[in-house]
Design a protein around this ligand. Structure first.
Ligand code: CAA
Length: 286
């Protein structure tokens, strides 16, 4: 049994950091009551400050009225007690990227919230299947990977664990869409779609700078103007947080090894003369 989206009133968020506070904010902006939990009162307060700054930005850009911002604030309750999530209809965990901590949180959540409640994790690289195994509801655990800054970024990656039920996957897509996001789906493989591809790109940008290919400004400028991305690799790494990038890269390295050689399929396509748009056939047909 899985709760349907129309029966969801209260969203629990574990973690009030950059991601957790962003998830709490978008859920509240979408009209849900939110309970945002972190381990220390000061972390919860920091989360509220981040939300306040973001709402102020939306108001000053006239993307949100003062009244809507006020209503959003009023829908979010803060707590340091996981038991306060007992009445939540769905919980999204966005604590630190540490498997043991996440498994402990999921084991505690499994006790704290009713068994038909879906538990989602915002993990960016860790295995959903391993996190889910800390509970007795593995089929109701799913990845809901938001992008930073959550209030602005449109995309959410839905990650399907080994035991995730199909209905739970559908629920995850529907919930994210209800928060104003667009989704795509990834199997529970290291880094999923986004970080599996993004992390080598960031590392290569860092190496290009370190090995003297160009100044850091020109590495970023080259990728921004050359490939039309909003941020080059060095500024994006800074935006994400270098510690987070390192953690994610280490997980990928452990799981996937050397990913920096040209892809075999790339060489095979070129040998076959499938050079992309100009030949009418690359990875896509034109
Ligand atoms: N809350 C509310 N509004 C915000 C905001 C926030 N937290 N952050 C930015 N904005 C708004 C700004 O007010 C601005 O609004 P207007 O378009 O109305 O002017 C808009 O977003 C753009 O912001 P800025 O003009 O200040 O700055 P910018 O043009 O450099 O944009 C950015 C900022 C949206 C972050 C943009 O640079 C961007 O998209 N960068 C790439 C971000 C990205 O790739 N994120 C994914 C990282 S990977 C990840 O998250 C996954 C992981 O697991 C590591």
């Amino acid at each position: 049994m899985v709760r349907t989206l129309d029966s969801i009133e209260t969203v629990g968020v574990v973690g009030a950091g950059t991601m957790g506070s962003g998830i709490a904010q978008v859920a509240a902006q979408a009209g849900y009551d939110v309970v945002m939990r972190d381990i220390k009162e000061a972390f919860v307060e920091d989360g509220f400050d981040t939300i306040e700054e973001s709402l102020d930005r939306f108001v000053s850009k006239e993307k949100l009225s003062e009244a809507e911002a006020e209503a959003t604030r009023d829908r979010i309750a803060g707590t340091t007690d996981l038991a306060d999530l007992a009445d939540c209809d769905v919980v999204v965990e966005a604590a630190v990227e540490d498997m043991e901590i996440k498994r402990d949180i999921f084991a505690d959540l499994d006790e704290a919230v009713p068994e038909d409640v879906v538990l989602a994790t915002n993990t960016s690289t860790l295995s959903i299947t391993t996190i889910a195994a800390a509970t007795d509801r593995e089929e109701r655990v799913v990845g809901l990977h938001f992008m930073n800054p959550v209030p602005v970024m449109k995309g959410v990656e839905v990650v399907v664990g080994e035991k995730t039920d199909g209905e739970v996957t559908e629920f995850a897509h529907a919930l994210a869409e209800d928060l104003g996001k667009e989704t795509w789906e990834s199997d529970d493989k290291p880094g999923f779609v986004t970080n599996r591809i993004l992390m080598p790109w960031l590392n290569e940008g860092i190496r290009a700078y370190d090995e003297g290919v160009a100044s850091k400004e020109d590495v970023d400028k080259g990728m921004k103007l050359g490939t039309n991305v909003p941020m080059g690799p060095l500024e994006l790494a800074d935006h994400i947080g270098l510690d987070i990038c390192l953690d994610a890269s280490q997980t990928l390295h452990e799981e996937l090894g050397d990913r920096y050689k040209p892809a075999y399929l790339l060489k095979r396509k070129v040998d076959a003369g499938d050079l992309g748009k100009k030949t009418g056939q690359g990875f896509y047909e034109y």
